[in-house]
Design a protein around this ligand. Structure first.
Ligand code: ZN
Ligand code: ZN
Length: 77
């Protein structure tokens, strides 16, 4: 009974991707930490002030511009 690995989940909030909140694969990590929501990645980037993955040291392909279009008028946070 090892089916838990089949569902792709976000490494931050541990929930699955949805049509509204798809999962991204912004670095070269593999396995259960491979995926992250864009929203969770933005929050993490704001918190950590890093531009690269702390685990694989890969610079995120994702650019942390505003995704909501309202909080920062599309500027870099
Ligand atoms: Zn998440
Ligand atoms: Zn990584």
């Amino acid at each position: 009974m090892d089916t838990a690995e089949e569902a792709d989940i976000c490494r931050v909030c541990r929930s699955e991707g949805t049509p509204e909140k798809p999962l991204y694969h912004p670095c070269v990590c593999t396995g259960s930490i491979k995926f992250i929501h864009q929203e969770c990645l933005v929050q993490w980037l704001k918190h950590s002030r890093k531009e690269y993955c702390e685990l694989c040291k890969h610079r995120f392909a994702f650019t942390p511009t505003c995704w909501c279009g309202t909080c920062c008028k599309g500027g870099i946070l």
